[in-house]
Design a protein around this ligand. Structure first.
Ligand SMILES: Nc1ncnc2c1ncn2[C@@H]1O[C@H](COP(=O)(O)OP(=O)(O)OP(=O)(O)O)[C@@H](O)[C@H]1O
Ligand SMILES: [Mg+2]
Length: 829
């Protein structure tokens, strides 16, 4: 008899539905038995018949397939709890796999709500973390140190570069990133180097790089991400004793989002459940439950295959399949829109998905002139929903197709003081490629900025080794000059080999050329363009076929767009001005969201309001929010440019649209920008083809494309009128409140919402001139000021004047900040 239920407080269940007093327990206490049955029964309440059936099923493998929001994850969670409550399975015998760490945390929480701290003994994790745990325990069997390292993408690319050099391969012709993603694809298919070399159509270069790469990993006692799965499978296949151990241990294995598993993960599950083991004396097979939705498969580019879900019944002949058809998440309006969009995908099994939640509010549609205006619309609506409907920032999520799109949104949210967090993906200015590019600009603007100079000394790789750098730094120290200055005299520096000197001279010439360009009057955008071009940074990313690098290119395009807008808004601004601007945004960016949510920066009570969540559509999988904004519905943005010519990729984009729309519970917004800027060039984008599939009667178009004519007629092109920089911080500012909130950038929240009464803000064009920045407040040392993000502060120093006036302000817990007053939302008290 198990003592498993010693701590089963069953938190989260309605106590009224549970048997009243919990009787004292002894193993032969029949009251306790009855209680256990009651606990198990309570877990079935609030489930519909097929859900209940799915929770109760036991024995053969179970597949639950259903559309979004039909309770698949909920059933999985209840099924675990029910297995525990009936005593069929112990917590330590549960292995539940979710696709992201966030989803894992959510499931653990949900199960803990149901069964209390006993949940701790379960394994609830991603495939990758589960494999790390197994490999750490079994490290000796696979020849790894117990403290083996896990290489991330950057590490493994570095290693591949070393390997290609060792093999005397031309790293230009065979860039590490391309090789890395091909090796990764092989590992997803469980093809090891030997198997690949034996396969008929192996590419010799790839075969030799792959083999040596694996050797090097082994020597370093390291694994890369894909190895985590592949080597665990190899472990289980090569060591029957180990496999048996885990088959005995995990009696219930559950996989959420099964449509996004790849082949390696599929085999891993089979190995762990023991379904491949046909011996008479094999360990009885574990219970297997998988749930998924073929319409939500969005990771084909990472090797995921919906084959795993479509052929589950063939793979597991005694499998049971349960369909769920009632959606509990969304209103009928939201559901109808999502169903309409997905129904256009070829070759899918039609599904019936319904809800009794009622029609609910219409979807709100908005066509913005450009991405900044789109962002302002989003911010304004969030604010209005807060005022009118009590919607908290934490109830709201904003989705976009690519990480680069978060920039325009973040800027407006910062400006208006709406607390937010970006989930997944580093914040824009913290992204590696953005930091690299900005580091170049800083090193150009300030030759003595050693930190930034050294950051880019060998980025992209140009053969300047650590030793050369160290010798140069030592020389600088001895001469008491900056590394930048030492570089000018590199020929005098002792200890650097002739090759090193040549390389450093090459870097010096590069930097000199770029500085001359900047000194000759080139604007920040041109200088940035030259940096990305002359250093080969962009070419390297473009040559790569790693999807992550494609998004790096997009991010750099965004940064270039920022610089272009800055030039247009500030024709007299130079590189240093631009960098000042960038650091101010980056500064505000770094405020922990909690601070803002706390009200620390607000001076008002903001507790428990949560923060707006920004994320890509991919990251949104499995989540739900009361209010959802899906932005950027343009052909070329979403569906992504890369997918337009390929029917399979287009189908995947459409599934992504389905995932996005079905995250919304009550209110859904869809928006697009008629013009979006990339590479400094504003491009007109047609409406996303997916929008045409959303029935018109479901959408309340607050604003259609009417502004396009005005846009063209305006004639001034992109004079920065719509630029986030040029508007003087007036994220919300409309004509009629201009001047009333000078220097703050924050609208009088309630007043603005009241006045706007749901009508869209007037566009930048035709309202304010591009240079309509807020007047700069006149400050003196000692003045008390308030800043939108940092709260109250005291001016401790002033520098510069006019548009270049900078104030040093002491903000208490936020420390002292240097603020370029022209851009900073500072108000004198
Ligand atoms: N029988 C039910 N009664 C009430 N609410 C339910 C029921 N089943 C599910 N829900 C609720 O519906 C919402 C969606 O459930 P869940 O997240 O489990 O769906 P899902 O099928 O996993 O969705 P997705 O496909 O997006 O992952 C959740 O808020 C869940 O609590
Ligand atoms: Mg789910």
């Amino acid at each position: 008899m198990t003592t498993l239920f010693d701590d089963l407080p069953l938190r989260g269940l309605d106590p009224a539905r549970l048997p009243t007093a919990v009787p004292p327990r002894t193993d032969d206490d029949s009251g306790w038995q009855a209680d256990r049955a009651a606990r198990a029964d309570a877990l079935l309440e609030g489930l519909n018949p097929p859900q209940r059936e799915a929770v109760l099923h036991h024995g053969s493998p179970l597949l639950i397939v259903a559309g979004a929001g039909s309770g698949k994850t909920r059933v999985l969670t209840h099924r675990i709890a029910h297995q525990l409550a009936t005593g069929r399975v112990r917590p330590s015998e549960v292995l539940a796999i979710t696709f992201t760490n966030k989803a894992a945390a959510e499931m653990r929480e949900r199960v803990a709500d149901l069964v209390g701290s006993a949940a701790r003994a379960m394994w609830v994790s991603t495939f990758h973390s589960a494999c790390v745990r197994i490999l750490r325990r079994e490290h000796a069997a696979v020849g790894l140190r117990s403290s083996f390292s896990i290489y991330d993408a950057a590490d493994s690319q570095r290693l591949i570069t070393l390997v290609t050099r060792e093999l005397d391969l031309d790293t230009k012709k065979f860039p590490a990133k391309g090789l890395a993603s091909r090796i990764s694809a092989l590992k997803d298919e469980l093809v090891d180097p030997e198997a690949y070399a034996r396969s008929g159509d192996a590419d010799d270069v790839l075969a030799s790089v792959y083999a040596r790469y694996q050797d090097r990993l082994r020597q370093a006692s390291a694994v890369d991400f894909d190895d985590l799965i592949m080597r665990t499978v190899q472990l289980l296949q090569a060591h029957p004793g180990v496999a048996e151990h885990y088959r005995r241990r995990f009696r219930s294995i559950l996989v959420d989002e099964y449509q996004d598993t790849n082949h390696a993960q599929y085999v891993l599950v089979r190995e762990l459940t023991g379904h491949g083991d046909v011996r008479e004396d094999a360990v009885p097979r574990a219970e297997l439950t998988v749930v998924g939705d073929a319409d939500q498969s969005i990771y084909a580019f990472r090797g995921a295959t919906i084959r795993n879900i479509l052929e589950f019944e063939a793979d597991y002949p005694d499998a049971r399949t349960i369909l769920l058809e009632q959606n509990y998440r969304s209103t009928q309006t939201i559901l109808s829109a999502a169903n309409a969009v997905i129904s256009h995908n070829p070759g899918r099994k039609p599904k019936r998905l319904w809800t009794d939640a009622g029609a609910g509010a219409k979807i709100v549609g908005y066509v913005a002139d450009n991405e900044h205006e789109e962002a302002r619309f989003v911010a304004q609506e969030i604010d209005r929903l807060g005022d009118d409907d009590g919607v908290r920032p934490g109830d709201v999520a904003v989705f976009y197709r690519t990480n680069a799109q978060s920039r325009a949104l973040e800027e407006v949210l910062i400006r208006v003081g709406l607390p937010y967090k970006v989930v997944g993906g580093t914040r824009f200015y913290e992204r590696r490629e953005i930091k690299d590019a900005v580091a170049y600009l800083r090193a150009i603007a300030n030759p003595d900025d050693d930190v930034n100079l050294r950051r880019v000394l060998n980025v992209p790789k140009r053969g300047i080794g650590d030793r050369s750098e160290a010798m140069l730094a030592a020389f600088a120290e001895r001469e008491r000059i900056s590394v930048g200055a030492a570089l000018e005299r590199v020929e005098e520096a002792p200890g650097i080999g002739s090759r090193g000197v040549t390389q450093l001279q090459g870097f010096r010439e590069l930097m000199t050329g770029l500085r001359e360009l900047a000194a000759g009057g080139a604007g920040p955008a041109e200088v940035l363009g030259a940096v990305l071009d002359r250093t080969g940074y962009l070419a390297e990313l473009r040559a790569s076929d790693d999807p992550q690098d494609a998004s790096r290119v997009e991010n750099l395009a965004e940064l270039h767009a920022v610089a272009t807008e800055f030039e247009q808004a500030e024709p007299d601004g130079d590189l240093a001005d631009f960098l000042e601007r960038v650091s101010l945004v980056a500064d505000a960016d770094q405020i922990p969201a909690e601070d803002v949510a706390d009200g620390a920066a607000e001076g008002g009570p903001r507790e428990d309001q949560g923060v707006v969540t920004l994320m890509t559509l991919h990251t949104a999988k499995g989540l739900e929010f009361p209010v959802v904004f899906v932005t950027g519905w343009e052909d070329g943005t979403f569906p992504h440019m890369r997918s337009l010519a390929d029917p399979d990729q287009l189908a995947e984009e459409r599934r992504l649209a389905y995932v996005g729309l079905t995250r919304a519970r009550r209110r859904l917004y869809i928006s697009r920008a008629a013009v979006r800027t990339a590479w400094g060039a504003p491009n007109e984008f047609p409406a996303s083809r997916f929008l045409a599939d959303v029935p018109d009667e479901l959408v309340d178009w607050r604003r259609r494309e009417s502004s396009m004519a005005a846009l063209r007629a305006g004639g001034s092109g992109w004079g920065g009128g719509a630029s986030a920089w040029g508007r003087g911080g007036g994220g919300y500012r409309r004509d009629d409140d201009g001047g009333s909130v000078i220097g703050s950038g924050r609208p009088p929240r309630r007043a603005d919402a009241d006045r706007s009464g749901g009508t869209p803000p007037r566009t930048a064009r035709g309202s304010s001139s591009p240079k309509a920045s807020a007047p700069i407040p006149t400050l003196a040392v000692g003045d008390r000021v308030t800043h939108d993000s940092y709260g109250m502060g005291r001016v401790v120093a002033l520098e510069g004047s006019g548009p270049n006036a900078v104030a040093k302000v002491e903000f208490g817990t936020h420390g002292t900040k240097r603020l370029l007053l022209r851009y900073s939302p500072v108000t004198k008290l």
